[in-house]
Design a protein around this ligand. Structure first.
Ligand code: AHR
Length: 648
């Protein structure tokens, strides 16, 4: 390696490293968000807006939103299988006592969260005990001497004698802390009950228990338990160990709330920022395309607060009027765009408008009169094509007219700009490229950004990770990630920002193969890629010097095929017909993978639920099986007549 210390090349961007949060793999709900009760509002079985349940499948409602951007009707469907009507809740009885549960929408606590749980207790006068149990998010971690703040709403039809005893119980049934509510029950009205539970011992798999002292019927809603200590001790705050990992990365910005999460499974059920602020019990929640509900306790305000608390600039991503094309793909007609634009401008006003403005006032009423550090706003996620360019132009103009200093980011699909994804955009500040690569890609394509088309915009690598051929993440992945970052550093004139994805995974519900920080209810650890990013950020060079590297080209004999192929086909949405692997002009492998259109649709449907993330689809697995034993040093993958050179 020869370095010419006198010859300065490009500067490295000071904002290169940020973080990207998405509600995937319970990264927020049962993760970063401090709430310890799962399904606290009994809303988790609700069918997402814009869908109907038909023969065990969710299908998008017909109507003006039904068509895809290309005018075709969506034929998406998603299996909807419920193991229970009250996930995470169960009963515990002894003797002849019985507890019957039913979900009800009678006299709801509020209109936004219609369900509550009707608990009917009988037999207690003869013998036994009757309790309702919440398992938390695969267990509740209780620390000795710590305080836990409980609150819940209860309603009884007739005067309920009680008492109600609430407790934390260890896995083997010992009481770790309890409180008794006596004679506090008025008939007919919802009442909020709250108390502190102080733990006399520790357990990593504890549960929360409500014990009923007499027979009768009690309605319950919004049962919430928080550790008294949260990150920066904010109320309704964040789990300290996970938030600290993120803060320790010293991110220059935080992008949220997604990802596919932003797209939603239908346009109607996509995130709605206005419904994610204000009293937590009035937030209806958002169905994550990753197959579960977010309560939105970690809502728009809380995220802006988290950005401020970590010293990061906020990057808000909004839905551009289209749902994830791999789910329903439902699409808001252009005529409805003015409403979407107005809603986005309201969100921006909430974040940075003066405290005297309409939404600035709401922010002040929610405890934050000063503007939040919002600096970037992104239009949709992974959308591209002429219809997107059209839409982007409208959003860009509207945002810039009111907030000229905000940087507006265009999504690009999973592709680089050499694939015309920016065509039709009149002006943009930043383009967001997503880059999930397999082992050795970064090393073999070290010059990826050197040869990149440049324009009057910057490049943000909004999602990157080496996530195929590296198990669930290992040293090889970290080396590839580090090399990829160096390639970005070398091109500081172009690549000004980046964020690894996904960030967080609860190991009890994994939606994606490789993630940065792994955790369960009681433990967390950051993978080595985390430390690679942290090191490169803490010791970030600011100036590249002219460098020449002489190296023997490495011959890679076993490329990891699966992820790349999954990526290509996902991106092009092509059928897997006639795949050819061409080496030096010669066809060395040819498949006759002839899938009918209908079958492809079916696979897409199941993909949307949980069957597996990218690279784990049935097709991905089949392709991998076909190709894994073959070795090629250079190749071209040809899909249905379209060439995608260089993908591995
Ligand atoms: O990070 C996981 C997913 O990958 C994101 O939701 C999506 O934006 C990308 O394709």
């Amino acid at each position: 390696i020869s370095i010419d210390a006198q010859k300065r090349e490009k500067k490295v961007s000071p904002t290169l490293h940020g973080i990207f949060f998405e509600e995937i793999s319970h990264g927020g709900e049962g993760g970063l968000y401090g709430e310890l009760i799962q399904n606290r509002g009994f809303e988790e079985v609700r069918i997402p807006k814009g869908t109907t349940l038909l023969n065990g499948f969710l299908v998008p409602n017909p109507g003006p939103h039904y068509n895809l951007p290309n005018g075709q009707a969506s034929d998406w469907k998603m299996p909807w299988v419920l193991k229970s009507d009250w996930p995470a809740w169960s009963t515990q009885t002894s003797g002849v006592a019985e507890v019957t549960l039913a979900l009800t929408q009678e006299k709801p606590l509020n209109e936004a969260t219609p369900n509550s749980l009707k608990v009917t207790v009988s037999g207690l006068e003869k013998s036994g005990k009757a309790s309702l149990v919440n398992e938390g998010f695969w267990g509740i971690k209780v620390d000795q001497g710590k305080t836990y703040k409980l609150s819940f709403y209860a309603r009884t039809e007739k005067k309920y004698k009680g008492p109600l005893t609430v407790s934390l119980q260890s896995e083997d049934g010992n009481t770790l802390g309890s409180h008794v509510f006596i004679n506090s029950f008025k008939a007919g009205e919802w009442q909020k009950l709250s108390c502190d539970l102080v733990a006399n011992a520790a357990d990593s798999k504890a549960k929360f228990v409500i014990n009923f002292g007499s027979t009768g019927t009690v309605f319950l809603d919004f049962v919430s338990l928080f550790p008294a200590e949260t990150f920066k001790n904010r109320e309704n705050g964040l789990r300290p160990d996970l938030a600290q990992y993120l803060a320790d990365l010293k991110p220059s910005f935080i992008r949220w709330p997604g990802g596919c999460f932003v797209e939603g499974i239908t346009v109607e059920s996509a995130p709605n920022w206005k419904e994610s602020i204000g009293p937590v019990e009035k937030r209806p929640g958002t169905f994550s395309p990753w197959g579960y509900w977010s309560s939105d306790g970690l809502g728009y305000h809380e995220f802006l607060q988290f950005c401020e608390d970590t010293g990061a600039d906020a990057m808000y991503v909004f839905n551009a009027g289209v749902a994830c094309e791999f789910r329903s793909g439902t699409f808001l007609p252009d005529a409805q765009l003015p409403e979407v634009i107005a809603d986005v401008l309201d969100a921006l006003e909430y974040a940075v408008g003066p405290a005297t403005s309409k939404w600035g006032k709401v922010r002040a009423a929610n405890g934050h009169p000063a503007p939040f550090p919002l600096k970037y706003v992104e239009v949709g996620n992974e959308q591209h094509g002429p219809w997107y360019a059209n839409r982007f132009n409208l959003f860009y103009d509207a945002i810039k007219a009111k907030y000229p200093d905000l940087k507006v980011i265009a999504s690009m699909g999973i592709a680089d700009v050499n694939r015309h994804t920016l065509d039709g955009m009149k002006k943009l500040d930043i383009a967001d490229e997503h880059a999930y690569k397999s082992a050795y890609w970064a090393m073999n394509n070290y010059d990826h950004f050197d040869n990149y088309k440049r324009g009057d915009w910057e490049l943000y690598v909004g999602e990157y990770a080496t996530n195929a051929g590296v198990g669930s993440g290992n040293m090889l992945a970290a080396l590839n990630d580090a090399v990829y970052i160096l390639a970005m550093e070398r091109n500081g004139d172009l690549v000004t920002m980046s964020s690894y994805a996904p960030l967080l995974v609860n190991t009890n519900d994994v939606d994606w193969p490789v993630n940065l920080i792994n955790f369960n209810n009681s433990q967390s650890f950051a993978r080595i890629s985390y430390y690679a990013i942290q090191m490169l950020n803490q010791h970030r060079a600011d100036q590249n010097l002219a460098t020449t590297v002489q190296v023997q080209p490495a011959k890679i004999t076993k490329p990891a095929f699966a992820g790349g192929i999954g990526l290509s086909t996902w991106d092009t949405q092509t059928e897997y017909k006639d795949i050819q692997v061409i080496q030096k002009g010669k066809v060395v492998y040819s498949s006759n993978f002839d899938k009918a259109e209908g079958e492809w649709e079916k696979v897409r449907g199941t993909w949307g639920v949980k069957e597996g993330a990218l690279g784990q689809t049935a097709e991905g697995a089949q392709l991998f099986a076909m190709l894994k034993d073959k070795s090629y040093d250079t190749y071209t993958l040809k899909l249905k007549g379209r060439k995608l050179s260089g993908y591995n």
